[in-house]
Design a protein around this ligand. Sequence first.
Ligand SMILES: [Zn+2]
Length: 204
Amino acid sequence: MSDGVRLALTFDAEHPDHPHCPPGNAERILDALGEVGARATFFIQGRWAQSDPAIAERIAADGHLIGNHSKYHARMTLLTDDGIRTDVRESEQTIRDLTGVDPRPWFRCPFGDGSDDPRVLRALEGIGYRNVHWQVEALDWDAERDSEDVERITLEGIAGHGDGAVVLMHTWPGSTGDALPRILKQLAEEGAQFAAVDELESLP
Ligand SMILES: [Zn+2]
């Protein structure tokens, strides 16, 4: 049970990892969030937003918090400081152009890679970002897991963490598109409150 907890659902909005991604999945996710009035956080990959500007625009129009998920989704630890700055700023410009929103200070390292690397974090900080990691992972990127797995793993993870959980999901897996309405309904029935990461007191 997740009685009365506050939690942040976060979605990495990016090019899919594998071919099993139904068209319209991101829209379904936005529909489900809208139905229960849940504000979430979307970390947008610049290159993805360029290829599908209407979804990026809608994420902003729906009032969700927007963060930066890099331009090319490279591993930050493989880039030089200059490379990190260039990639992240390019993505920032794309996000601003498309949504009118400045994603700073919110950033999520692709694959979480670099989230514990002081050099990467310093480079990000130098251009106005703080990385937001997660404590609960839906494991929705795994094509072997269906929507029931994603629902169970997510709800158990949130209940296990308690108040203030940051939950990692993705916009492209069909399992998340299917599971999210059920996850939201269950959490809402338990009195959970949905917050964006800018509303939580402490972040991973
Ligand atoms: Zn990603």
